[in-house]
Design a protein around this ligand. Structure first.
Ligand SMILES: C[S@@+](CC[C@H](N)C(=O)[O-])C[C@H]1O[C@@H](n2cnc3c(N)ncnc32)[C@H](O)[C@@H]1O
Length: 385
């Protein structure tokens, strides 16, 4: 972020941040609930924390985490050990004021002024034997790929089991397009390409921006998909990427790349992503209504009707389930087949769509399971009797 635009950025939440914050705010309480036992502890790092709160009063990523930590503390459910790192002195000062409010309520909110890379080892030491969530939200390029992989592969043990590490990370599509353009140009700077090599874990991305070859449409998306795939391969995690746009029809500004080794994590992330997308559309509608000179609302014209999306998702998901049954010929738990159950609708529809799909399968005589009762992710889908 250029300094001149900082005040604009922190005046109020822009649309991409609505999605980002909704996703974070929906998912991290789940992470705490899933991984931290009652009265236990989890460690949280917001590595590019910013100011914590917008001038409008809305919570930024740091305050969102503090709110979750305060809520869990109040319920005596879980202790969050939160690290917030920010490089800009002005932003740190504002962030520190927000953190002080929460520390007064007992929240363990530690603000560090500096580079996230310099604080990472301290965070990892604090997370010895504890679950760890990393939120990495740089405005351009973030930590080197190898550093991320090394961090995610570090085994932090507690008696009896390895402790989970999960992450949500901003992968800048603006940076991909800019640095891709630089690599393709005869006047491009090699130093910039080398910086991007580090962020990507090698020069593999350059293949897509060769000066001697014509530009390919959506090459930025190809690079993002390959980045996620490389993370998958190097860490063995489930990695899922959510594109974030400013306006309908535009290219993604960034992808939010999520990683977990847990089936539960994947299931609840998909649900959180669908809720975050809905919040994005709602905010767009409100924004357009407020803009006096808007002749018509783009959102009202192009927003996919959530009910129609669910109506299309349910039979498609029922088909996916039927395919699993057909292949396995034995009962399966939804949670153990999250990506296959949701298929193309992963991150597009919320959890209740999966229950509706089981019910549809039942009414078509293709499963003995009724889909009634119990928690959705734990539903067992049985072959028909
Ligand atoms: C996109 S903003 C963060 C927004 C914030 N995460 C939120 O959602 O409310 C990125 C922030 O990272 C800070 N930053 C940039 N490089 C950094 C580094 N190496 N270590 C820590 N902070 C850094 C910037 O000063 C900026 O405030």
């Amino acid at each position: 972020m250029a300094t001149g635009t900082d005040r604009d950025y922190w005046a109020s939440q822009a649309l991409p941040s609505v999605l980002k914050h909704k996703l974070l705010g929906q998912y991290i309480p789940r992470f705490g609930g899933m991984t931290g036992s009652r009265g236990g502890k989890v460690v949280y790092l917001d590595g590019y924390a910013g100011e914590g709160r917008y001038e409008s009063g809305d919570a930024g990523s740091a305050e969102l985490a503090m709110q979750v930590a305060a809520h869990h503390l109040e319920k005596n459910a879980l202790l969050w050990n939160c690290f917030f790192v920010e490089q800009k002195p002005d932003s740190v000062a504002r962030l520190e004021q927000v953190a002080a409010d929460y520390r007064a309520k007992g929240v363990d909110a530690r603000v560090h002024h500096g580079d996230v890379d310099g604080v990472l080892d301290e965070v990892l030491r604090a997370a010895g034997g504890l679950p760890l969530f990393l939120f990495l939200d740089p405005c351009g390029l973030g930590l080197p790929f190898d550093r991320i992989v090394e961090t995610l592969n570090q085994r932090r043990s507690a008696p009896g089991r390895w402790q989970p590490t999960e992450f949500l990370m901003n992968f800048s599509m603006d940076a991909v397009r800019r640095l891709g353009g630089n690599a393709r140009s005869v006047r491009g700077l090699e130093r910039s390409s080398e910086t991007f090599d580090k962020a990507c874990g090698g020069p593999w991305w350059r293949e897509h921006f060769r000066p001697d070859q014509p530009a390919v449409a959506n090459v930025d998306e190809v690079v993002a998909a390959q980045y996620a795939q490389r993370l998958r391969e190097k860490t063995g995690m489930f990695v899922h990427s959510v594109p974030v746009i400013r306006k309908p029809g535009q290219k993604a500004v960034y992808h939010l790349v999520f990683g977990t080794r847990s089936e539960h994590g994947l299931w609840f992330f998909g649900d959180a992503a669908a809720r975050a997308r809905d919040a994005w559309w709602e905010k767009l509608e409100i924004k357009e209504e407020r803009e006096e000179d808007a002749l018509f609302s783009v959102a009202s014209v192009v927003r996919p009707d959530p009910q129609e999306v669910t109506d299309a998702a349910v039979p498609a998901m029922a088909d996916n389930m039927a395919r699993i049954l057909d292949r396995q010929k034995r009962p399966f738990k939804l949670l153990n087949h999250t990506l296959e159950v949701f298929g193309d609708y992963f991150g597009q529809v919320t959890e209740p769509a999966a229950r509706k799909a089981v019910k549809l399968l039942h009414s078509n005589g293709l499963t003995a399971s009724t889909g009634v009762g119990g928690r959705t992710h734990e539903l067992i889908v049985e072959p028909p009797r």
